[in-house]
Design a protein around this ligand. Structure first.
Ligand code: AMP
Length: 282
């Protein structure tokens, strides 16, 4: 695996690959890799001649300084994991290499997608995400880029950005990879205490019950039920739960037959913020 830290080194290397008609798959990450990330890379390997993974903890997408400082960094283990799935190139730039002297975000208009859910609770988050993903796309110029449905709103926002800015890349959404007990894999899971980790599968268990309930009850009733479940919980604090249209990400009250819906949740275990979502049947 090639490990490159400079934009120009990566650009030059990939230019040569493109001249040789090789297709490039790209998986942007913030490191502290787990099987969820690896599942994206494996999908990339199947469809492309080479896969580039970036590891960059992007400061502009963190509204919480503490979360940024404490974000786990495990580059040696990450390198081993990437080699185990035959990743071709690791791009591991410094903050300076990406932002030069100006650590700030561009302002994006994602047609309102950015104001829903995470956008309400994480100020400036999606401007930061848009800025880094667009910058990385300009450096890597991938044919296909892989994003997890774990961050479903992010996935929809990236698709919107690609469409609005007419970027020449195909965006592939990949299924959520879970621990055996159902907890969605996340780099932040390693920060959970033993008790918090043991409590966290409750999130996905609740989402599965939501899927059942949504068959017979309306969104308002289901939402109230979820809120009550968490009120009783000693370790997990609900930040938001909502049932939303997959396309507009707007919360719904009543079902319409031609739409697809998903339930979205954000929960605090102490200071660790966990998110998850589930596709709903109509
Ligand atoms: P992150 O390193 O958290 O920024 O994630 C990098 C990419 O991996 C994003 O597209 C995430 O949606 C995706 N990802 C993170 N966790 C999972 C998971 N459990 N299953 C599938 N994709 C994931």
């Amino acid at each position: 695996m090639k490990i490159l830290k400079k934009n120009n080194e990566l650009k030059t290397y990939l230019q040569r690959q493109r001249q040789e008609k090789k297709t490039i798959g790209f998986v942007p990450t913030m490191g502290a890799l787990h099987q969820g990330h690896l599942s994206l890379i494996k999908q990339g390997k199947k469809k492309n001649d080479l896969v580039v993974v970036s590891i960059f903890v992007n400061p502009t997408q963190f509204d919480n300084k503490e979360d940024l400082i404490k974000y786990p960094k495990t580059i040696e283990n990450d390198t081993k994991l990437l080699e185990s799935v035959s990743c071709d190139v690791l791009f591991f730039p410094s903050v300076e290499e990406i932002y030069k002297n100006d650590i700030s975000s561009e302002n994006f208009d994602f047609d309102g997608l950015e104001h829903q859910m995470e956008g309400k609770f994480r100020d400036g988050h999606f401007d930061g995400v848009g800025t880094i993903v667009k910058t990385l796309f300009e450096i890597v110029e991938p044919h296909r880029a892989y994003f997890g449905q774990k961050d479903f709103q992010q996935l929809q926002i990236i698709k919107k950005m690609v469409k609005k800015h007419r970027l020449n890349v195909k965006i592939k959404g990949c299924a959520i990879f879970r621990e055996e007990d159902g907890l969605a894999m996340s780099s932040r899971n390693t920060r959970l205490s033993k008790e918090q980790r043991a409590a966290s599968p409750f999130i996905y268990k609740t989402l599965k019950k939501v899927r059942k309930k949504f068959g017979t009850e309306n969104a308002i009733k289901v939402t109230e039920w979820v809120e009550n479940q968490f009120k009783k919980h000693p370790l997990l604090e609900l930040e938001y739960f909502t049932i939303a249209d997959e396309k507009s990400l707007e919360s719904i009250k009543n079902k319409e037959s031609n739409k697809k819906y998903r339930a979205f949740i954000a929960v605090f275990a102490g200071e660790i913020r966990l998110i998850d979502n589930i596709r709903l049947k109509k």
